[in-house]
Design a protein around this ligand. Sequence first.
Ligand SMILES: [Zn+2]
Length: 265
Amino acid sequence: MKKSCDEGQMKRLTCIIFVLFCFLMGNSFAYPASDGAADAVLQDAGETAAETVAVPAGAETESQDKGSADTAFDEQDWKLTLINKQHPIPEDYSFTLGTIKTDRGNMKCDERIIEELNSMMQDAKEDGIHLAICSPYRDLARQESLFNRKIKTYMRGGMTYMDAYKISSQAVTVPGASEHQAGLALDIICDTYTVLEEGFADTPAGIWLEENCARYGFILRYPKGKELITGIEFEPWHFRYVGREAAEIIMEEEICLEEFWEKYL
Ligand SMILES: [Zn+2]
């Protein structure tokens, strides 16, 4: 008797977990979100020693074999890694953290993008634009803590966990799907406009970045008008490194990275 009772409980438990999973997955696909940057303005000063990071992923990535013929782009190219809710950071993705030296202290990101990032910051300065990085590399723990903090805030207001999760996933990128976690994205503002709001797009710094980022291999990752494709709100401060060749196509054609993949890979 006891055995069949345990089996019954197990079945019920499995059923509950399955329903919960479906509910969570459904929510994470449904809404445009920000990438959590607004919560991450303050950053730790980085260490100077480089370290290799193996990024744990939240789920499997589907294979991207579209059999594209004669394009110059390689879908295995680390620079072009597609990261979004449908494509979490691949399980075997790893990179080496390097240090960005800034007026606000040392910060970290993938060491391979630092040279061009520094050139961009320096050239902007020569044009009278004082850019400031406010959110560089973020580890999984940091992303999870941003996400959980949001959930707690809503639960303190009386929401159930499920409702709080649903609302939070519209405001903060689900852990495992943030480009910051892969060390390839930076939130950049300027000394005269220090909040992460759409208005940054109209500042001289926002305009300079949009016009020039591609020359250094960066793209405006979440453009206005592409929210339904990227799943993320317009973020004029979030820049993603993809390498100069791809960046020039993306910015010139005013497409997002998802559309670039569709067309060129
Ligand atoms: Zn960002």
